[in-house]
Design a protein around this ligand. Structure first.
Ligand SMILES: [Zn+2]
Length: 151
């Protein structure tokens, strides 16, 4: 375990809808709407590489772009049981149909897992420490490695 880590931050735009869910607020429930998402990623390595880095920032940016920005920017994320999922998938280019409600918490965990895999493909000593997803200016969900599965 190394106590050095690097951080990077990206933003993207996406639409989602929470379906068949009991939420306190109604804004995200049953309405398709968009957010300007912000994603903060912390990455570490078992020890610094021979260049004295956790990872080259440009390489990290490329991996984050391929795993998060390209697939999710201007996409629509819907739950599989949502009756709109299939018609929207049939008529829109970028649609993600997911099993659970596409909350900021879901995104943080999904991005954590796919980034951790993507980084390990490049360098097995890399690992993700945390992914935070900012859904609105004031609200952030964070998934951290090493914590017990919240589900
Ligand atoms: Zn929302």
């Amino acid at each position: 375990m190394n106590n050095m880590y690097v951080e990077t931050f990206i933003t993207f735009e996406a639409a989602h809808r929470l379906y068949d869910v009991n939420t306190y607020s109604e804004e995200c429930r049953n309405n398709i709407h968009g957010h300007s998402y912000g994603v903060n990623i912390k990455v570490s390595r078992t020890s610094l590489n021979e260049s004295g880095m956790v990872i080259d920032f440009k390489l990290l940016k490329k991996i984050v772009n391929e795993i998060i920005e390209l697939p999710y920017d201007h996409s629509c994320i819907l739950r599989s049981i949502d009756p709109l999922a299939e018609p929207i998938k049939a008529n829109c280019k970028k649609v993600h149909i997911v099993e659970d409600n596409p909350t900021a918490e879901w995104m943080a965990k999904e991005f954590f897992q796919s980034l951790d895999e993507g980084l390990k493909d490049v360098d097995p000593e890399l690992y993700v420490l945390s992914v935070s997803v900012r859904e609105t200016e004031h609200n952030i969900a964070t998934y951290e490695g090493g914590l017990e599965d919240a589900n």
